[in-house]
Design a binder for this molecule. Structure first.
Ligand SMILES: [Fe+2]
Length: 339
């Protein structure tokens, strides 16, 4: 039987995103086969809903992790093999090295982020807007070229009401900017860096000692405004406190540091990008697969009760179509590829 994919959009409670309904079959294997038979169906659906798409009912991937990789391959030429990119072994699936494991239990032991302070907004809702909400980022923006797509599977989610994943729509946020701001940022670059480099906002603000960085750890420039290579739409592209270089940046060519002109602009843009009108909060159900486009969205994790609950999520990362500004670039971020 032929499998159809119907996109319901937007996502509940949001102004963007979509939920895929599968017609004619069910289960992860049928979805992978159906998607391979019609390889543009899911990629076009993702592009049409500003880059966040939910596929429920993918539970069988937990027993057959290769299926997650198989579906991931439809979204780009290369699914990252975390073993070859020097990821710590405890974070990588033991049999399928394309799967990055996000979990608070052994052997990963990754803690969730703290609750925001205060934990709720004055209206009693989950805080989403930076700086009340921290941790907004787009995956691996400290690499050039950065990855296109991430897929995130709920193998063992925590109960709803905690452990949500927040997404923000960078295309709508860009379109809503005042014309003067669009002009001001049109040719500016952000300086992105991995959080482990010690150049987060808080570290620099507190005057923490800085260490020398190896060439592959150096900050990379990424445009503040990216043109989506599939849709041609413009999107904001930035992170906030944890994944920008607050020592030399966060914005190339503007006064650096937490109190500089670049920092003020970055904070203003991050607060705008994560305003609740651009945000979707995903409450996880076991077997949910969420696919997002790192070129035009931000995401953030939320707190869950890690003392009493176990959570296991699997992520894959897909590369291949970053846009013309990255044409011809190789993976300069790999330490064994240093000049
Ligand atoms: Fe992420």
């Amino acid at each position: 039987m032929e499998i159809g994919f119907r996109l319901e959009q937007p996502l509940a409670g949001a102004s963007f995103g979509g939920r895929i309904h599968i017609e004619g079959a069910s289960g992860a294997l049928a979805v992978a086969e159906g998607a391979e038979a019609n390889p543009t169906a899911l990629t076009e659906a993702l592009a049409s809903c500003h880059g966040v798409m939910v596929l429920p009912g993918m539970d069988a991937m937990a027993e057959n992790p290769a299926l997650l990789v198989r579906l991931s391959r439809l979204f780009g030429a290369e699914v990252e093999n975390y073993r070859t990119t020097h990821m710590a072994a405890n974070m990588v699936h033991p049999e399928v090295p394309e799967i990055f494991v996000v979990s608070n239990i052994p052997p990963v032991f990754r803690a969730p982020p703290p609750k925001p302070n205060p934990p709720l907004t004055p209206e009693g809702t989950l805080p989403v807007q930076f700086p009340h909400r921290r941790g907004w980022h787009t995956d691996q923006s400290y690499r050039r070229p950065p990855p296109d797509i991430s897929l995130f599977l709920a193998v063992l989610p925590v109960p709803q009401g905690q452990g949500q994943t927040l997404f923000a729509d960078g295309i709508a946020a860009y379109n809503a900017l005042p014309e003067a701001t669009k002009q001001r940022i049109a040719t500016l670059d952000g300086l992105h860096i991995a959080s482990g480099a010690g150049r987060k906002y808080d570290a620099v603000k507190s005057g923490a000692p800085q260490r020398d960085l190896a060439p592959h750890e150096r900050p990379v420039r990424q445009p503040l405004v990216r043109t989506h290579p599939v849709t041609g739409e413009k999107s904001l592209y930035l992170c906030e406190h944890g994944q920008m270089d607050w020592l030399e940046g966060p914005i190339a060519g503007l006064e650096p540091g937490p109190d500089g002109e670049g920092g003020r602009l970055l904070v203003e843009l991050a607060a705008h990008y994560t305003h609740k009108r651009f945000v979707y909060a995903h409450e996880w159900t076991k077997g949910d697969l969420v696919v997002w486009d790192n070129r035009c969205t931000l995401h953030a994790a939320t707190w869950f009760d890690a003392e009493h609950l176990s959570r296991v999520m699997w992520r894959t990362t897909v590369w291949g179509n970053p846009g013309t500004e990255y044409a011809g670039e190789t993976k300069s971020w790999l330490p064994d590829m240093e000049a």
